[in-house]
Design a protein around this ligand. Structure first.
Ligand SMILES: *Cc1c(COP(=O)(O)O)cnc(C)c1O
Length: 455
């Protein structure tokens, strides 16, 4: 168990869009230097913290990751939809450098600073709806979801929280209760927070229902098993992330929103994975004109720095007593500077348009894949958040083994791919929007090879 890594240059080098944009494999993946570091990781890092593809990174940017062995991999994951503006994006780097030299922390609850308020103003401007909005900032998505529930309970005076099948909301106690999938997120970690109720999600491939029908089914469960009068909020990912990039049938979200509005139940959109230009619009709710009462954001908001937010109707947000919301690091000045830089990048480079272009290329490539490989049951998603569900041909029996095999083939060829889904049978694609068309095509050449090689 080596504690010192032998003869290995550990120098980081400059990343960002200036990195040579090419896939280059000089060793097997992971290479010897990464494997040596993996041993060190095993000695010092808890086993519960997994690594999907253990190549140790030295720099990243554009559409590539460079590793300690001198390999350059194409990134189709963006660190789970975080580096949407690209890794080490220029405006993020510049803002962070300026901020980190000025001051690193004061605690906004003690002595405030402009960056926090600037981010809240941007959130009010960019999130769905033109009503008066306010925000509170946090560190992680799970923390934002927890706080959205706190706010909804205070605003309504009700306890119950509704969530959906296949939902993912985080790994803290309350958000584990809200997350659907047992393994690996919940297994052995109970007892969980109570007053969380699960309703059936609209999943067109599997339920064949229209949006209105699926909403009626969910509403019936909530009405009969919970009672609208007991319900503080419905928390929903308008385009599910970990659960398998499930896009609800058109009309599902508007029907739920209408029912919630009539019953005084707050609609909380968890846009942590789908927000900030990922789907070709600022938020996934925008595709159907749904205006939630509260929105949770994180991941893509700050170009890789940890930041999260709850944004919502001013009167709802203000229902919480002074001092009831906060945290030592929430809205850290460096993370806020990064978020302002990331939003600047999204606007300057019209990342909503870019996400739609990336989505069009991916859809074209995945359609060709589906024509050749009947295991591809469905292509779904929006913009640069696309996935394929793999089922045994002609059935709805999940083929997780194929997803895992195809994904590890991609890894071995220097393309970072992710899987997801309740059954692990969904292959998802979340490229950074700074990737070039050429690299994106090359990555999908490898994806195509992966399906041929695992047929
Ligand atoms: C990732 C994610 C979370 C949790 O965010 P963390 O920052 O990992 O706590 C919550 N909701 C959704 C939809 C997510 O994708």
């Amino acid at each position: 168990m080596s504690d010192v890594v032998s003869e290995i240059p550990t120098e980081l080098h400059a990343g960002g869009p200036g990195l040579v944009q090419a896939r280059r494999l000089v060793t097997e993946i992971p290479g010897p230097r990464s494997r040596e570091r993996l041993e060190r990781k095993k000695a010092h890092v808890a086993d519960g913290v997994g690594t999907m593809l253990p190549v140790f990174v030295t720099a990243a940017g554009g559409g590539v990751l460079h590793d300690v062995d001198g390999n350059s991999l194409i990134d189709l994951g963006s660190g789970i939809a975080v580096t949407t503006v690209g890794n080490a994006a220029p405006s993020v780097v510049a803002n962070v450098q300026r901020q980190v030299e000025a001051f690193t922390h004061t605690c906004f609850m003690i002595t405030p600073y402009d960056g926090y308020v600037d981010v809240c103003a941007e959130l009010a401007r960019l999130t769905p709806g033109d009503h008066a909005k306010k925000s509170a900032l946090f560190n992680s998505g799970a923390e934002a979801v927890e706080n959205a529930v706190k706010i909804a309970r205070t605003a309504t005076g009700r306890d119950a929280v509704a969530v959906f099948d296949h939902a993912y909301h985080g790994r803290t106690n309350l958000t584990m209760a809200m997350t659907a999938k047992n393994m690996p997120y919940k297994h052995g970690f109970g007892p969980f927070a109570n007053e969380v109720y699960r309703a059936p999600m609209s999943y067109p491939l599997r339920d064949g229902l229209s949006g209105e029908e699926a909403a009626a089914r969910a509403i019936d469960v909530l009405d009969k098993q919970v009672g609208a009068d007991n319900l503080s909020c419905i928390v929903i990912e308008p385009l599910q992330g970990e659960g398998g990039f499930v896009v609800p049938a058109p009309g599902f979200l508007p029907a739920l929103a209408a029912w919630a509005g009539e019953r005084g139940v707050l609609l909380v959109a968890d846009e942590i994975q789908s927000g900030f230009c990922r789907t070709g619009d600022w938020f996934a709710c925008d595709h159907e004109g749904v205006v939630p009462d509260l929105v949770t954001t994180a991941k893509g908001i700050a170009g890789g720095l940890p930041l999260a937010a709850v944004t919502g109707r001013a009167e709802v947000m203000d229902s919480v007593h002074a001092g009831g919301l906060g945290g030592t690091y929430g809205g850290n000045p460096v993370a806020c500077a990064a978020a302002l830089g990331a939003i600047e990048e999204m606007q300057a480079h019209d990342h909503n348009a870019r996400a739609r272009q990336v989505g069009a290329i991916m859809t074209e490539r995945l359609t060709a894949l589906q024509q050749k490989h009947p295991v591809v049951a469905e292509i779904r998603g929006r913009g640069a958040m696309m996935a394929i569900e793999l089922n045994q041909p002609g059935t709805t029996t999940p083929d997780a083994a194929r997803a895992a095999a195809a994904s590890s083939y991609c890894h071995s060829q220097g393309v970072v791919t992710l899987t997801c889904g309740t059954w692990g049978n969904v292959f998802r694609f979340l490229p950074p929007l700074s990737i070039s068309d050429e690299l994106l095509h090359e990555a999908f050449d490898v994806v195509a090879e992966a399906f041929d090689a695992t047929a």
